[in-house]
Design a protein around this ligand. Structure first.
Ligand code: NAI
Ligand code: MG
Length: 477
C-alpha cells in the first residue's frame, strides 16, 4: 500500500518583504540609486527590488566600518563583544522561522533544509564565536592577537545566511568590523540580518551590508580601506581576487569550488551508503561546493548499489520549496540552470549514460530532475568540472589505490567521503586523499567548531574552528 502525501506548505505570512531595499551603512538603511529585481526561483515571482551598489556606496560603507573600528569596536573588551554576539545568536533563534521562510522564498531551497539545517547552523556559528571573543589569548596565536581592521566579505547564493554567519561571526568575535556583499540573487536574508544588528543594538558601522553584483564585489576587493578579504564563490572569481590583491597588504581567505569524491568500498553498509550518496549530491539541489559529485564505486558492488540508488532517487520529492515534504527545491537562477543543462548535455555527448526518475517539473521557475550519469570516465567534463546542481557522475575502481588516484585526479581538493566497514581502510584512505574535509560513513556534516576549506583550486585558508580565527587575527606576542 502506498500513501499519498498531502501538501504541507509553510505559511509565508511570517515574512514582511519590502518592495525595495537600500544598503545598510553605519547602522541605517540608505536608499540606493539603481535597482535590480530578486525573484523566487520556484515561481519567477518578483519578491523585491535590490540596490545595485556602486563605488560611492562601498566608500561610505568602508568609512563607516573604519570609524566604528577605531572609535568603538576595537576599544571594547572581548567579553563585551561576546555579549553582542550572544545577543545576535539568540535573536536569530527567536526569528528562525521568519529567516527560514525568507531564505526558501529567495533561494528556492526546501524549507526542510532552511528550517533544520541553514538557520540552526547560523545561530550555532554566532554562539560558537561568541564563546571565543574573550578567549583569543588561547587561540594559539600568542598573547593578545590583534584584529586586522575592516574585513570585506563577499558571499555566494547557495547558503546565503549561513555564508554570512561564517564570515560575520568570526570577524566580530576577533574585533574586526565588516563590509559584506550578498550574492545578487539572494540578498534578502542579509538585509533582514541588518535588522537583527539594529535589534541587538550593535554599535553603528560594525556591520555594513552593500548589495549589488560582481562590480560591487570588485569595488570592495579593490578598496584601499579594506584590510582583509573573505570570499566564497567560484574559482574564476577567486582567481580574479587573488590577482587583484597581489602586491598589497590585504589578507585573504578564498573558499572556492570543488568536485568531491565519494568513495564506496565493497564492504560498505549498502543502505546507509545509498542514503549518504543522496545526501552528498542532492542536498541543497547540489548547489554545494563540497558536494559528493563524483561517486567512485568499487566495481564488484557497482550494479547492486546503482540499482538501490535508483530506487531511493525515485522517492525524492521535488517541488514547492515551502512544502515541508519537499526534498529537492528549485535551481537558484536561470543562469545556473543553463549551466547545469549545458554540462549534462556534454555528459550525453561524451558517451555517459544519463538516468533520472520520472518526475513532473513545474513549467514556471527553474527545475532540474535528480540525475545520475554512469559509465563516466575521468576525461569527461562531468567528471572534471563543477556542475553545482543535482547531477552525480559515477566512476568505478578495482583496487583501493585506483580509487585514491581517481579521487585525487582533480584540480580541486575541498571534500571527500569514504564508505567502508573497516576502520583501518578508512584511515588509510583519508591519509592519502587531498581534500580539506573528509567524511567517513557520512557526508555533508557541518559544525562551527570544525575548520572548513580546501587544497589546490578549492581555495586558501580555513573557516570555522580555531583555524578560522587565525585568518582574522595578527599573531600576538
Ligand atoms: P560568483 O563567484 O560569480 O559569485 C559569488 C560572489 O562573488 C557573488 O556575491 C558575486 O556578486 C561576487 N563577484 C562576482 N564577480 C566578482 C568580482 N570580480 N570581484 C568580487 N566579487 C565578485 O559565482 P556565480 O556566478 O554566482 O556562480 C558561478 C559558478 O560558481 C557556479 O555555477 C558554481 O559552479 C560556482 N559557485 C561556487 C560556489 C561555492 O561555494 N564554491 C558558490 C557559488 C558559485
Ligand atoms: Mg532570489
Amino acid at each position: 500500500m502506498t500513501f499519498e502525501y498531502a501538501p504541507a506548505p509553510e505559511s509565508r505570512a511570517i515574512v514582511d518583504i519590502k518592495s525595495k531595499y537600500g544598503h545598510f551603512i553605519d547602522g541605517k538603511f540608505l536608499p540606493g540609486k539603481k535597482h535590480f529585481p530578486t525573484i523566487n526561483p520556484a515561481t519567477e515571482e518578483v519578491l523585491s527590488q535590490i540596490s545595485l551598489g556602486g563605488a560611492s556606496d562601498v566608500d561610505k560603507a568602508v568609512a563607516a566600518a573604519q570609524k566604528a573600528y577605531t572609535k568603538t569596536w576595537s576599544k571594547l573588551s572581548g567579553k563585551e563583544r561576546g555579549k553582542y554576539l550572544y545577543r545576535i545568536a539568540r535573536i536569530l533563534q527567536e526569528r528562525a522561522r521568519e529567516f527560514a521562510v525568507l531564505e526558501t522564498l529567495d533561494n528556492g531551497k526546501p524549507i526542510r533544509e532552511t528550517r533544520d539545517i541553514d538557520i540552526p547552523l547560523v545561530a550555532a556559528h554566532f554562539f560558537y564565536h561568541a564563546g571565543w571573543a574573550d578567549k583569543l589569548d588561547y587561540a594559539g596565536l600568542g598573547k593578545s592577537p590583534a584584529p586586522h581592521g575592516v574585513a570585506g566579505q563577499i558571499i555566494p547564493w547557495n547558503f546565503p545566511l549561513l555564508m554570512l554567519a561564517w564570515k560575520v561571526a568570526p570577524a566580530l568575535a576577533t574585533g574586526n568590523t565588516v563590509v559584506l556583499k550578498p550574492a545578487e540573487t539572494t540578498s534578502l536574508t542579509a538585509l533582514l540580518f541588518a535588522e537583527v544588528c539594529q535589534q541587538a543594538e550593535l554599535p553603528d558601522g560594525v556591520v555594513n551590508i552593500v548589495t549589488g553584483d560582481g562590480s560591487t564585489g570588485a569595488a570592495i576587493v579593490n578598496h584601499p580601506g579594506i584590510h582583509k578579504i573573505a570570499f566564497t564563490g567560484s574559482t574564476d572569481v577567486g582567481k580574479k581576487i587573488a590577482r587583484a590583491i597581489a602586491g598589497t597588504n590585504k589578507k585573504a581567505t578564498l573558499e572556492l569550488g570543488g568536485k568531491g569524491a565519494n568513495i564506496v568500498f565493497d564492504d560498505a553498509p549498502i543502505d546507509e551508503t545509498v542514503e549518504g550518496i543522496v545526501n552528498g549530491i542532492f542536498f541543497n539541489q547540489g548547489h554545494v561546493c563540497c558536494a559528493g559529485s563524483r561517486l567512485i564505486l568499487q566495481e564488484s558492488i557497482a550494479d547492486e548499489l546503482i540499482e538501490k540508488l535508483k530506487i531511493r532517487m525515485s522517492k525524492i520529492r521535488i517541488g514547492d520549496p515551502l512544502d515541508k515534504n519537499t526534498d529537492l527545491g528549485a535551481i537558484n537562477s536561470r543562469e545556473q540552470l543553463s549551466k547545469i543543462q549545458e554540462l549534462a548535455t556534454a555528459g550525453d555527448a561524451e558517451g555517459a549514460e544519463r538516468w533520472s526518475p520520472a518526475c513532473t517539473l513545474s513549467a514556471k521557475g527553474f527545475w532540474f530532475a535528480p540525475t545520475i550519469f554512469t559509465g563516466v570516465t575521468q576525461a569527461h567534463r562531468i567528471a572534471r568540472e563543477e556542475i553545482f546542481g543535482p547531477v552525480l557522475s559515477v566512476l568505478t575502481f578495482r583496487t583501493p589505490q585506483e580509487a585514491i588516484e581517481k579521487a585525487n585526479n582533480t584540480p580541486f581538493g575541498l571534500s571527500a567521503g569514504v564508505w567502508s566497514e573497516k576502520g583501518s581502510r578508512i584511515l588509510w584512505a583519508t591519509q592519502q586523499l587531498r581534500a580539506g574535509v573528509i567524511w567517513a560513513n557520512t557526508f555533508n556534516k557541518f559544525d562551527p567548531a570544525s575548520p572548513f576549506g580546501g587544497y589546490k583550486e578549492s581555495g586558501w585558508g580555513r573557516e570555522g574552528g580555531k583555524h578560522g580565527l587565525a585568518a582574522y587575527l595578527k599573531e600576538g606576542k
